[in-house]
Design a protein around this ligand. Structure first.
Ligand code: B12
Length: 139
């Protein structure tokens, strides 16, 4: 009885992992978590779960969240050299005057690492936790 249950559990987990790997139009995808943090206001952090095609860029994941999860929206500006700059998230925009911007981080074991490229170039890894943090660059 116990071994039947274990086998069933194994099959269910296997099905979930296969489904997780093949969610977008039958093509392999990676799952990511996205958190939106705004320490400059008393807004509570927001968490979203989504996926992007394997090898796809972070922009694709943000678009997917915007299309499927009410309450998440973002805008971008195009830079002639570096591509897409994340301008605003959920109606909050960075400002030259206030020296604020949306910083893009990757979190692992509570260690936060700044991405070295923007949303149009970054390729998320499986189960990566991306953090969009409204930050100030004022010293
Ligand atoms: C200053 C600066 C910033 C400032 C820009 C605001 C400002 N008004 O100054 C702030 C702090 C906002 C910033 C943010 C980021 N930056 Co920056 N930034 C620079 C830096 C040090 C100088 C740019 C500059 O002033 N050039 C002089 C002016 C006259 O030229 P400009 O063409 O008008 O400069 C503009 C662009 O560079 C643009 N910009 C700045 N960073 C980025 C990043 C991306 C992805 C885009 C599309 C545009 C962009 O803002 C400048 C002012 O408008 C460069 C490194 C360098 N030495 O060039 C890195 C650099 C451009 N940034 C970089 C990165 C990775 C980022 C971030 C993605 C970091 C992060 N993980 O959060 C974020 C962007 C996040 C987002 N919201 O999309 C990389 C880009 C690499 C790449 N191939 O994509 C560079 C080359 C640094 C590096 N070597 O890693 N950045």
């Amino acid at each position: 009885m116990a071994s039947t249950r274990t086998t069933l559990l194994f099959v269910v987990l296997l099905l979930f992992s296969i489904q997780g790997a093949l969610t977008i139009r039958g093509q392999a995808s990676v799952s990511i978590q996205l958190s939106v943090i705004n320490d400059l206001s008393n807004m509570s952090p927001e968490n979203y779960f989504t996926s992007v095609l394997k090898g796809g860029v972070l922009l694709g994941a943000l678009r997917r969240i915007q299309q499927t999860q009410p309450g998440f929206e973002f805008t971008v500006a195009e830079d002639p050299n570096y591509g897409l700059f994340l301008e605003s998230v959920n109606g909050v925009a960075g400002s030259e005057q206030d020296q604020t911007y949306w910083e893009i981080l990757s979190e692992n074991s509570e260690q936060y690492k700044r991405l070295n490229v923007g949303i149009g170039c970054y390729t998320p890894a499986e189960n990566e936790h991306i953090v969009l943090r409204f930050a100030t660059r004022a010293k």
